[in-house]
Design a protein around this ligand. Sequence first.
Ligand SMILES: [Zn+2]
Length: 154
Amino acid sequence: MQKAVDSADAYVIEGKLALPYSYFAGRVGSTFITALRDSKQILGVRCDKCNKVFVPPRQTCERCMADLRENWVQLENTGEVVNFTVVRYSDKHLPRKTPYILAMIKLDGADTPLVHILDEVKIEDIKPGMRVEAVFSEKTTSTILDIDHFKPIA
Ligand SMILES: [Zn+2]
């Protein structure tokens, strides 16, 4: 990045600027988060044209561009691991202390995977196709972290 320099009509003050902000989840995202927060229900949307179920839900089908806003389906809290990775890079903005596991989890009844934390399992024991279930947080944050993590089904 090029460093700013003083000029005849402006001069530079070094400093940091904090930008706290709120993020609007959108109409579809808000319905998803509200159902998670208030009812511990995981919602997806089904495309009437291609029958694909998306979770997390989206407004438009990526295949047919159909509007999906009103075709809500309630999904199971269970699914299977598609693949996973181990997060080893530490950052204060991450939801967990590293190392932790992030997995792509295809919920039963969904056609697209949800990325979430997989816990209560050793890394060496994780296999694609492993059955898992959602563990909900005790306190809500009105975010996707109202699902605290997924764990293997015993
Ligand atoms: Zn479609």
